[in-house]
Design a protein around this ligand. Structure first.
Ligand SMILES: Nc1ncnc2c1ncn2[C@@H]1O[C@H](COP(=O)(O)OP(=O)(O)OP(=O)(O)O)[C@@H](O)[C@H]1O
Length: 491
């Protein structure tokens, strides 16, 4: 629909600002133009709608060069929402939107027909500006003005909508609703949208394809999943950008990383530890990145407090998480900054391991009880029973930087080491009469300072994994020994 053939251009004869851009934009596509400040995005957009002529190359709309269209003809095909939309301040919202119909009006009087009125009404409805249609544009907020200008562009009934940073005055809710609306117009009306966007995540979520510009040239072109590669973006934007995957849709999610403050040395040696009959509470001086199955703070997150709470065997609560949050709040522990677990094991029997070697700097804590011992391989053969709070809880703190894969590998290594300890004790799943691999309510957190040494991997034979495997095995074994001793004494 829009063919851009080797376009170069700029503002003076000296140097082109846009250099040799060559691409096609398809009907019904949302096409994003990305790039740092001054990379030529707005200039390219101006060339696309003939507001600026190119020094070489050409832009075809259909089969025809855009320079061969009259301005009225072009305005019927293409509407533009510029970066700094000039508004006639004494005009009402309705009058501004009416200006969008000028390409269709005949004669210098420019009378609007009832068909025009209908289009104007619809454009105002779709941009949600109808309720202030009679208000002066000068009385509107930046975001409201933006919507009015969009309504004016829509009133042109264009095939292509060119937008220069359309979301820059809009709050997140309006940004999403604008882009959702544009997306539905591309599907329902076959509208084509070309938008300069600064927000990489919006571009990732809404654009079919993006052009990443750098110093006037194409740096990358294609679907967001291909173009939005962390290293490429870091190179172009000269800033630390991390790519993750969006939790709900298959689009990359880009996050910026502020420069990190100087952190404390020997953080695991100076960790604050408080143990009572009721809780083990460890605090680190700054939040650690956590990957956990705990009651509080499960999943991936950040936490500075780690709580292992003793509860009776018959502990029962309909809303365990809520009750636990209240428990923490009553003790002045910030529940939003905590990974919290429960156990029926006696906290005095907790086992700690601390290794600070060239390979890794880590601290491990384990409490263990085996009343719900289960063989994971055969659990399917018996009905689940009511779980009591007998549990193996494991904390693995690492002073180091772990990518996500290393977190997952560390979890695997720790779990395997725990299972080995149970096997060495010959702990049985009472229902299947086979060796148990854990208990049905076990919990784990791997917490990393995300400073200093990077551990790319945490598998069993990696430098980090070896220490985790050894430490967890030893700590589970020590804690289980104490548990059995206690049981024997009580018997
Ligand atoms: N009217 C103008 N006259 C002369 N030079 C201009 C003009 N407009 C822009 N430029 C220059 O052209 C270059 C590209 O500007 P352009 O506005 O296209 O960048 P951009 O990628 O849209 O930037 P931003 O993200 O800051 O909006 C810049 O160096 C800018 O100074």
């Amino acid at each position: 629909m829009l063919t851009i053939e080797h376009i170069s251009g700029g503002y003076t004869n000296k140097e082109d600002v846009v250099k040799d851009i060559n691409l096609n934009i398809n009907k019904g596509e949302i096409f994003g133009i990305l790039g740092p400040n001054g990379s030529g995005k707005s200039t390219l957009l101006k060339i696309l709608h003939a507001a600026l002529s190119s020094s070489s190359g050409r832009v075809l709309l259909g089969d025809k060069d855009i320079m061969d269209y009259s301005s009225k003809e072009l305005a019927k095909k293409m509407a533009v929402l510029p970066q700094h939309a000039e508004t006639a301040f004494s005009y009402s919202v309705r009058q501004v939107v009416e200006l969008g119909r000028y390409p269709y009006q005949k004669g210098w009087l420019g009378l609007t027909t009832s068909a025009d009125e209908e289009v104007i009404h619809q454009a105002m409805q779709e941009t949600n500006v109808l309720h202030f249609a009679e208000k002066s544009v000068s009385q509107l907020s930046g975001g409201e003005k933006q919507r009015v200008m969009l309504a004016r562009a829509l009133a042109q009934e264009p095939d292509i909508l060119l937008l220069d940073e359309p979301t820059n005055h809009l709050d997140v809710s309006f940004q999403m609703s604008l882009l959702d609306t544009l997306k539905s117009w591309t599907r329902e009306k076959g509208l084509t949208v070309v938008a300069v966007l600064h927000d990489l995540n919006m571009a990732s979520m809404y654009c079919h394809r993006v052009l990443l510009m750098d110093k006037g040239k194409e740096k990358a072109l294609g679907p967001p999943a291909k173009v939005m590669e962390g290293n490429l973006l870091e190179e172009v934007y000269e800033t630390a950008i991390t790519r993750k995957e969006h939790p709900d849709v298959p689009s990359p999610l880009l996050s910026l990383t502020p420069s990190k403050e100087e952190r404390s040395m020997n953080v695991l040696t100076n960790i604050e530890k408080k143990t009572t009959e009721e809780i083990i509470h460890l605090s680190v001086p700054f939040p650690f990145k956590t990957c956990s199955s705990a009651v509080i703070g499960s999943g991936i997150g950040w936490a500075s407090h780690f709580v292992n709470r003793h509860v009776p065997y018959d502990y029962h609560c309909d809303n365990t998480e809520e009750e636990f949050r209240q428990f923490l709040q009553q003790r002045d522990i910030d529940d939003a900054d905590t990974v919290g677990m429960m156990t029926a094991a006696v906290l005095e029997d907790a086992a700690f391991r601390r290794f600070s070697t060239e390979d890794a700097d880590l601290l491990i804590m384990v409490t263990a009880g085996t009343s719900n011992a289960v063989d994971a391989a055969r659990a399917h053969t018996h009905q689940s029973v009511k779980e009591t709070a007998g549990t193996i809880n494991m904390w693995v703190f690492i002073d180091g930087t772990l990518p996500d894969a290393a977190f997952v590998q560390a979890l695997m290594t720790a779990t395997e080491a725990k299972a080995k300890s149970l096997a060495d004790f010959g702990i049985m799943d009472e229902r299947t009469k086979t060796i148990a691999t854990g208990t049905s309510t076990d919990s784990i957190v791997v917490a990393a300072s995300q400073q200093g040494k990077t551990h790319e991997y945490g598998g069993t034979v990696t430098p980090l994994g070896r220490q985790i495997g050894r430490g967890v095995y030893e700590a589970v074994t020590e804690s289980l020994s104490a548990y059995f001793r206690r049981k024997e004494t009580m018997a």
